[in-house]
Design a binder for this molecule. Structure first.
Ligand code: TYM
Length: 336
């Protein structure tokens, strides 16, 4: 007997173009699971507005992100690919979960601490409540597995806590409790200028971050200019975070292990490692970048893909939301 496929779900914010960190830690891994899972992937524009965005740029980046998901190999016919704001149930379930999350647990979120520290005097409430919307994203589709980079671990764990809490309160089978799915290598790609910090879209120093829109020359320049560590021997250890980051990048992109890569650098300098890493990154990024450019030239076709995805997503999300509202005791709207 054929058993129903489990659901794999993840999402990316359309703020700035996708980075090499997003690509290696998340997006690039997803297409390989297409035949085994029911796949749900989306661009989270409603998360993006937790910090002020330029509207024209947000629109363009949303298209670019969705084109990138297709360019890396997610098949819009086999997966549910959509934009979060096209499915109003995310905001609706988000509110329900906001009413079941606790101030203390949201206060512990390290991403809130980081981002609110940079937001100045007026910290948007949405930045604080953001993990509730992310929990809604996941629980709406009864997702079993959530592949993310290490920086999202805490949010997925909070989602699990809220799901268990609500299952206990409203009947055990209200929500599927999702599992975190971290990569073994590349879960945390570090900044090229400060390898103790993660590579981030919003880093003010453009040399820190490789974007998937960068030209081959820009990629090579950024990787060859990466800050490395004292000494000159290429080793894979915690006190050499710059060298380790380059080895992680190479290994995540080629599928090799650090142990199998290291022997080729015996007696060689950091410069060799940088050169090879730059070549591996260019080889991975260039075809995606070119395919994104091709897809971006036809927004009409992208719109059609997104409409199909959103139609499918809305139908599923509406079913989950109706189940939740019923358990909460909301009177259903009567038709006619
Ligand atoms: P976002 O948009 O910041 O990042 C998208 C994905 O990229 C991973 N990532 C990294 N991986 C390795 N090294 C890095 N330097 C690096 N930087 C980012 C992230 O872990 C993530 O997997 N809140 C989420 C988006 C989201 C979501 C969801 C994810 C909203 N709803 C539901 C999963 C399920 C975010 O801001 O990711």
């Amino acid at each position: 007997m054929k058993t129903a496929r489990k659901t794999m779900l993840s999402a990316v914010q359309p703020t700035n173009p996708i980075t090499l960190g997003n690509y290696v830690g998340a997006v690039r891994r997803w297409p390989q699971y297409q035949s085994d899972y029911d796949m749900v992937f989306f661009g989270v524009d409603m998360h993006a507005i937790t910090l002020r965005q330029d509207p024209a740029q947000l629109r363009e980046q949303t298209y670019r992100l969705m084109a990138t998901l297709i360019a890396v190999g997610l098949d819009p016919d086999a997966c549910t690919l959509f934009v979060q704001s096209h499915v109003p149930q995310h905001a609706e379930l988000g509110w329900v979960l906001t009413c079941h999350a606790y101030m203390g647990e949201l206060n512990r979120m390290t991403q809130f601490k980081d981002k609110s520290g940079k937001a100045g005097a007026n910290i948007p409430v949405g930045l604080f409540a953001y993990p509730c919307l992310m929990a809604a994203d996941i629980l709406l589709y009864d997702a079993h597995r959530v592949p993310v980079g290490a920086d999202q671990k805490q949010h997925v764990e909070l989602t699990r806590d809220i799901a268990v809490r609500m299952n206990n309160a409203y009947g055990g089978d209200l929500f599927v409790v999702p599992e975190l799915f971290l990569p073994t290598i590349g879960a945390r790609i570090m900044s090229l200028q400060d390898p103790t910090k993660k590579m981030s879209k919003s880093d003010p120093n453009p040399k820190s971050t490789v974007f998937l829109t960068d030209t081959n020359k820009q990629i090579e320049k950024k990787i060859k200019g990466a800050v490395t560590d004292s000494g000159s021997e290429v080793t894979y250890q915690d006190d050499k975070p710059g060298v380790r980051n380059l080895i992680d990048l190479q290994c995540a992109l080629t599928g090799q292990s650090p142990d199998s890569v290291l022997p080729q650098y015996v007696g060689k300098q950091y410069g060799h490692l940088k050169q090879d890493t730059a070549a591996v990154v260019v080889e991975a990024v260039a075809p995606v970048r070119d395919e994104v450019a091709r897809l971006m030239a036809d927004k009409g076709s992208l719109d059609a893909v997104l409409k199909k995805g959103a139609d499918r997503a809305r139908e599923r999300a509406a079913r989950t939301l109706a189940r939740v509202y019923d358990r909460l005791g909301f009177v259903p709207p009567r038709s006619g």
